[in-house]
Each structure stands twice: as C-alpha cells, then as structure tokens.
Design a protein around this ligand. Sequence first.
Ligand code: MG
Length: 193
Amino acid sequence: MKIICVGRNYARHAAEMNSAVPTEPVLFMKPSTALVINNKDFWHPDYSSNVHHEVELVLRVSAHGRSIAEKFAWKYYDAITVGLDLTARDIQKKCKEKGLPWEKAKAFDNSAPIGKWISKEEIKDMNDIGFYLKKDGLVVQEGNTKDLIFNFDFLISYISKFFTLTKGDLIFTGTPEGWKNPESENPLMGKLL
Ligand code: MG
C-alpha cells in the first residue's frame, strides 16, 4: 500500500505558500507507517517545532491500474474521507532552500491521519464537496472541490502514468488555503461551529 499526495492543488494555497500555480500536479509519497486510523493518538516529530495541518480529501483506490484514461478514472476509487497531510514546515523550508527531497518534512511516522470512509455512491457531485477542519472548535481551514486545480479524475489518470495504482492505495488530493492565516477572507474561517 502506498500513499500518494498532491501538492498545491488549490490556487489560494499556492499563493499563501508563495508558490506558483502548477501547470501539472506536484506529487510526493508517504509510507504506510505514516497512516493513522481509528482515531488513534499520534505524536508530533520531536525534530520539528512547526508542524502544520493540511486538511485534504482522500481517495481510496479500489482497482489495479496504470495509464488510466481520465474518462475511466471514476472506476478506480470507491470511497472518500478527510485526512491530514501533516507537514513539518520548518524542515520543509530547509529542504526547499537546499533543493533536497521533502520526506523528512512530509513522510514521518503518523503524518497521515485519516477519517472514516464514505462510499463514493453517497456523494452527489465529486466536483462540489465542501469540507473544513476545526481546531479547538474554530474553523481553521475550509475548502470545496470546485476550487481544485486538478480534479479527482485528472489526478488518477495523471498519477497512474508514473505509478501503478493498486487496491488500497490512498490519494491525498491537496489542501485548501488557511493553514497559515486563520483570519482569511473566507467567511467560515475563524467561526465557532
Ligand atoms: Mg498537502
């Protein structure tokens, strides 16, 4: 099982990171040891003093496939949940400055907690799913799949050109803005729910 993650897939998140909006998906991976399920406790890495949450929608791959055509991509996942792409931002910054890989910042133990799976059939429109993250009762991130730069079908097709997808793989589809600025212009942000 592998966890494939997409970076900078919401334009406003790319802007708050001072990153260019990508013309093709930015991909990286986490190992299976990053996964946290069933509401288990997890720990921040002791080598970072700046671990950020990135709330993302996560797809569960349901079939083996490679070089999947976009029009058939919907057949290759069967469920969706929310997850956190936990990121040691201070370590990532150092890696970026040196042009080094990000794994120490992104792929550490417990860096991928996920929620309960919802069957794909229960979702009316994959291109209009709202989701948010609350921290201590306050909304700190909020997004909608209509703002994705690359939608689910495109991502599955694109990813499968490079990596064969196998049943049980997970795809983290990118985080909306807000990890840095809870006072964002988004009206939900900072509200007690
Ligand atoms: Mg992310």
